[in-house]
Design a protein around this ligand. Structure first.
Ligand SMILES: Cc1ncc(COP(=O)(O)O)c(C=O)c1O
Length: 400
């Protein structure tokens, strides 16, 4: 009989992928479902990027490459960090992996020993704790709150640091809350980290280009050069260029860590898809013209969703600075009875009852380590968002 390994038994499957699967199964069974659970932009990959991939195929760039990326993409990544983040890296400091997720995974496998601690503020992106567990480490959670904008307080960070702390993972703008750290907030966290030189920083900047109003994005190594030698600055093309399926993520940091991550890849995935790498070169070096209008479009959707959710009984929805998620509280509905007759005891009950009653699929907050909340991805049309929020209002109004 098959038995999972002891390592894998410590791990949960991704809750966001599970929510999507459940919604798709209901749709296949004939139900009308609006999916607000998916973490990907709804626009197509821009044409110049597709053309670069087609050209790469015609030119026969279809063979193995260096395990952690072609030199041309590493150069493009160095140019991106210099241009957009004021950070100087050489290609020897760059890793390209098959997606942002494997970048983090490779960094954890490359660096963690059993019992090493990784500080993860909650709510977190679903995969961080489980990747730490697979790599043999121990996630250490630091809760934030809606009142504090879902951002970790410097004093709370400092209290969580022990001699076993190996990493802190920062994610701004955040999946699931959309919260993004200002320059001053990052500087305050950097000041704490400067006092603890054994702690490394993994900053997940996947949503860098999705910030709203006059909010300015910063990344921690740029704010505090004293942290440069122990920061892995991670990013990718998935969200900014709508390339989730192409599977290209990247990071830059100290060469010994980058070399260790390459060693992991040489014995596991080998290189990311060669064609996708050439597409990513075009994404980073080509026109960036669609990025700002795109962010503006998402900002309009955020405003629509926040406003409509705040009109739903028992829901409180903060206004996030970026990404394409909101993370509303459903505290006002806990302990009440849904139209099905079931009592809503948790955010997980809230999400299932909402799906059952109105066919709207959201992800419950427990999956992200902070309850009672739920995550909505508003990367879909205004018409669908309006319909979904109307249904959420109706559902909340029917809870007694
Ligand atoms: C915060 C965050 N980091 C990393 C990733 C992974 O991105 P990729 O699809 O490139 O693996 C995601 C995707 O949802 C994300 O939300």
């Amino acid at each position: 009989m098959f038995a999972e390994s002891a390592t894998l038994r410590r791990v949960k499957p991704s809750a966001t992928l599970a929510a999507g699967q459940k919604a798709r199964a209901l749709r296949a069974a004939g139900r009308q479902i609006i999916q607000l659970d998916a973490g990907e932009p709804d626009f197509d990959t821009p044409d110049n990027i597709k053309e670069a991939a087609i050209k790469a195929i015609h030119e026969g760039k279809t063979k193995y490459t260096d395990a952690d990326g072609i030199p041309q993409l590493k150069e493009a990544i160095c140019a991106k960090f210099a241009r957009e983040n004021g950070l100087t890296y050489t290609p020897a400091q760059v890793n390209v992996s098959p997606g942002g997720k494997p970048v983090i995974f490779n960094a954890m496998i490359a660096s963690l020993n059993p019992g090493d601690e990784v500080i993860i503020p909650t709510p977190y992106w679903v995969s961080y704790p489980d990747m730490v567990l697979i790599a043999g480490g121990e996630p250490v959670f630091v809760p934030t709150s809606a009142e504090k904008g879902f951002k970790v307080a410097p004093a709370d960070l400092e209290m969580a640091i022990t001699p076993r702390t190996r990493w802190i993972i920062l994610n701004s703008p955040s999946n699931p809350s959309g919260a993004a750290y200002t320059r001053a907030e990052l500087a305050a966290l950097a000041a704490v980290l400067m006092r603890h030189p054994h702690v490394w920083i993994l900053t997940d900047d996947m949503y860098e280009h999705l910030v709203f109003g006059d909010f300015e994005f910063f990344t921690i190594a740029q704010i505090e050069p004293g942290l440069y030698d122990r920061t892995l600055t991670m990013n990718g093309v998935s969200k900014a260029y709508s390339m989730t399926g192409w599977r290209i993520g990247y990071a830059a940091g100290p060469t010994p860590l980058i070399n260790a991550m390459r060693k992991v890849m040489t014995q596991s995935t080998s290189n990311p898809c060669s064609i996708s790498q050439w597409a990513a070169v075009e994404a980073l070096n080509g026109t960036q013209d669609f990025i700002k209008p795109n962010a503006k479009l998402f900002e309009g959707r955020r405003d629509l969703v926040v406003s409509m959710l705040n009109q739903a009984q028992g829901i409180h929805c903060p206004t996030p600075e970026g990404a394409f998620y909101v993370y509303p509280s459903c505290a006002g509905l806990i302990g009440k009875t849904a139209p099905s007759g079931h009592v809503i005891k948790s955010d997980s009950d809230f999400a299932s009852e909402l799906l059952e009653a109105e066919g709207v699929s959201v992800v419950f907050g427990d999956a992200f380590g902070l309850s009672p909340f739920f995550r909505i991805s508003y990367a879909t049309s205004n018409a669908l968002l309006e319909e979904a929020c109307t249904k959420i209002q109706r559902f909340c109004g029917s809870v007694r």
